[in-house]
Design a protein around this ligand. Sequence first.
Ligand SMILES: [Zn+2]
Length: 158
Amino acid sequence: MHEVDMTKCLLLSMNQWKQQHAPVIPTVQQVHLQVGTFTCVEPDQLVFTWGVAVQGSWLAGAQLVIESLPLVGRCLQCNGSYAPSSAAAYRSPCCDQPMEEIISGRELRIRSVDYTLATTTPSPAMLPVQPHASAAEPAQLLPHPASPTTSLAAAPAA
Ligand SMILES: [Zn+2]
């Protein structure tokens, strides 16, 4: 149940993200996820498990939007990039080198979250893309704490 574990990680990250806005609970419309094809995650299955998991939670109605990133390897012989195929045992077609470096295809990260805060006018927030997220580690799932400018700063104690 790969996708179930992925959904748990996602919910964990989203809950942490929510706490950045406390006490306001953001209303999330869409969560944009980048998933590399080499992660073996089935996007349809992930959307399904997500939809079941968020029912009745603060994320109810939030849509998971998945962008698939193709597998791209780098040939260590000529430094060229290529699209590895399992039929060729992922070896480079140019120099017949084994795949030792993956440029893209193992990503699993939240790219951005479209949400609104009850105290502000609706504004979608674009979170910056992490330049080198190589492994599907839970830490990579945490969105960057960038947020629309809100005047939630606590007033200094008198
Ligand atoms: Zn090559």
